[in-house]
Design a protein around this ligand. Structure first.
Ligand code: ADP
Ligand code: MG
Length: 382
């Protein structure tokens, strides 16, 4: 296939990569003005998506999924907070620049396709190229045809969209979304109106595009479909469940995850900084959310040893929650870069575990296992 696709650049420098998140929402809040007063639809949303990631957003109807996507596409604006997409502050663009910017940077796919019924399938795909004056006039039709080949609908190029089935129309909509070769595809319930087999083929197409380097965000309330993405962000009542909290305690239900997210405080540490000292009183449970921490053990008459490295989603402070309330090891940020941890006080953790016996048991087993390892590293037989 001759068709060219945007390839995200890679950068060996961690910090630089961090700054180059394809999508970066920082402390986004959205209030809708209603007759009954302000409605808080998004609450302190932080979401970072790297180039080439395939992320699904799931949540109940009315939880804020479309509102969240509208912040990213610039269809609507946050009341406060920042939205960065491909290096552009979307929240800073005025209406004139917004449409042109969106046309080049984002391909948007809707649940009900939203193809123009009066023009042919191929003309629908050419429209964004015409609007953004992308590609030479003579090339646009050829490119549109190549995109139709990609979605396996070249035979239907000259039909009106209404002559096509729902699944076919959605594939046309995806081809249209790709017209200007945007780095990012945003799809709001793209399979919500399709039967499961057709939905499957639309997902296969998304997977194919991710392989070609696109960054894709889809909203779906089909959790089986959602699992086919690289990762899933849960949204409930306008709040995003912290994905590392979800990774650390996968047996919590949606509401409990939100509660855990809300009770976590974020702390950041410079590379190499001490986070906890061995022997100090323990009062919190920690989930690593960025970077790597080292578990450092003092050994009698020997130098300290780094017993373990813990990356995002890994936890510490669980041994002390179940056993003695003094830290069993020192924890420090690795030299590789800054570290972010989520801190949940033991009182909050207790409340949470009272609601989920399965999670308590899972954490207890982890604590027991780690306690045993801790003792053997120290040369103490347990
Ligand atoms: N323009 C609006 N004005 C007032 N309330 C709105 C508006 N748009 C959405 N809402 C409310 O915000 C909440 C989130 O809506 P939405 O983002 O559409 O949810 P979802 O896409 O998850 O179903 C809902 O309670 C909805 O009623
Ligand atoms: Mg919606």
């Amino acid at each position: 296939m001759a068709i060219s696709f945007f390839k995200p650049k890679t950068n060996a420098n961690e910090a630089a990569v961090e700054d180059r998140s394809m999508i970066d929402l920082r402390n986004v809040n959205k209030f809708y003005k209603t007759a009954a007063g302000d409605f808080h639809a998004l609450f302190d949303v932080d979401l970072r998506i790297q180039a080439g990631e395939f992320v699904s957003i799931i949540g109940k109807s009315g939880s804020g999924k479309t509102t969240l996507l509208n912040m990213i596409t610039g269809i609507d604006r946050p009341t406060n907070g920042e939205v960065w997409v491909n290096g552009t502050g979307v929240h800073t663009l005025n209406e004139n620049r917004m449409a042109r910017w969106r046309g080049k940077n984002l391909g948007v796919v809707f649940q009900f396709f939203q193809l123009l019924p009066m023009i042919s399938v191929i003309e629908n795909i050419m429209l964004p190229m015409d609007f953004c004056r992308m590609y030479a006039m003579a090339e646009r039709r050829k490119r549109a045809m190549e995109l139709l080949e990609l979605v396996e609908l070249a035979d239907h190029a000259h039909k009106p969209p209404t002559a096509l089935s729902g699944g076919q129309q959605q594939r046309v909509a995806i081809a249209r979304a790709l017209a200007n070769d945007p780095p990012v595809i945003i799809a709001d319930e793209p399979t919500g109106n399709l039967d499961s087999k057709t939905a499957e083929s639309v997902f296969a197409l998304f997977n194919n595009l991710v392989d070609k380097g696109k960054t894709i965000i889809i909203v779906t309330h089909d959790s089986a479909m959602a699992k086919r993405a690289h990762r899933t962000a849960l949204i409930a009542d306008g709040e995003i469940v912290n994905e590392y909290v979800a990774k650390a305690m996968p047996t919590l239900n949606h509401t409990q995850l939100l509660q855990a997210t809300k009770s976590a405080k974020t702390m950041t540490y410079e590379a190499g900084a001490m986070i906890l000292n061995e022997g100090a009183n323990a009062d919190s449970f920690y989930v690593v959310s960025k970077g790597t921490v080292e578990v450092v053990l003092p050994r009698p008459n020997q130098s300290d040893v780094v017993a373990l490295q813990l990356g995002p989603g890994k936890v510490f402070g669980e041994i002390e929650f179940f056993h003695e309330k003094k830290h069993r090891a020192s924890i420090r940020a690795s030299e590789a870069g800054p570290v972010e941890v989520l801190v949940i006080g033991y009182d909050k953790l207790s409340e949470l575990l009272e609601k989920s016996e399965t999670t308590r048991e899972a954490l207890r087993q982890m604590a027991d296992r780690h306690q045993g390892e801790n003792l053997s590293w120290r040369g103490v037989s347990s």
